[in-house]
Design a binder for this molecule. Sequence first.
Ligand code: PLP
Ligand code: CA
Length: 306
Amino acid sequence: MAVSKCARLSGPLIQELLNSVDNFLFDCDGVIWRGDQAIPGAPEVINLLKKNGKRVFFVTNNSTKTREMYAEKMTKLGFQAKTEEVFGTAYCSAVFLKHIANLDGKVYLIGGNALSKEFQKVGIQTVGSGPDPVFGGQSDWADVPLDPEVKAVVVGFDEHFSYMKLTKALKYLDNANCLFVGTNTDTRLPLEGGRAVPGTGCLVRAVETAAQRKAQIIGKPSHFMFDCVVSEYGIDPARTVMVGDRLDTDILLGSNCGLKTLLTLTGVCHLDEATAHQESHCPERTGMVPDYYVETIADLLPALQG
Ligand code: PLP
Ligand code: CA
């Protein structure tokens, strides 16, 4: 039976979805955990899906952890998770530079240790991470020294982002042959109580504005994250569901890649945002309308335990 989009996933619909997919892609923050706390029931859901023969992958835009760090966090919170099931933007950026762009040179990195570790693992050296000295004025800016071996600029989450880093990135990117990669474009990182901090998208946009170039974006909704999963596991998009809390990244990624999509309301997006996209009948917004929604992924538990 055809179901209209944005349907509440409950009762027999849950079993119908479970029968129709072999693979689950889970976003992390807002879906399986919030900050350092697992969403209640989420570890049981993941573990039972695996027990029932489903393949589970974790797809996160957060570039501040390596695959190993994510697997360790998951294990600590009670999830059965393997390093190779994690597809974060730090790991996927390394895959892109090494295997798609065939980078032969160093990276000027605006980003943290997880990115440099993932790059090191594939044999790519980085320069630039960590704080820069404060510098004096316009005469200094013209003389910022460059490393001639740098052949790419990568922008991820960087708590030491500065005017100096922006200046260096601009100078590298003035060379049209220098690659330009952004891990993700999340604009804000929501905190408890309606508060938020600036996301990596703010840094990527700042560098794009200075360099007058567009970055190649690795994270959701770019299909590259899904391409990485497919190239390693050969999964069938038609038998895959993307579970996320964000319409403009997770749900749009799922729609872009021909996956089924499930919105969970434990994260940043509210149901009325999804219905507003649906009721707009605007072609550019239909990709942000999920097939299904749940209050929490724990709503899948009864069907998995049955
Ligand atoms: N980027 C950073 C730096 C974050 O801290 C987070 C969430 O904590 C995200 C991106 C979004 O991550 P996800 O794709 O798992 O929701
Ligand atoms: Ca999320």
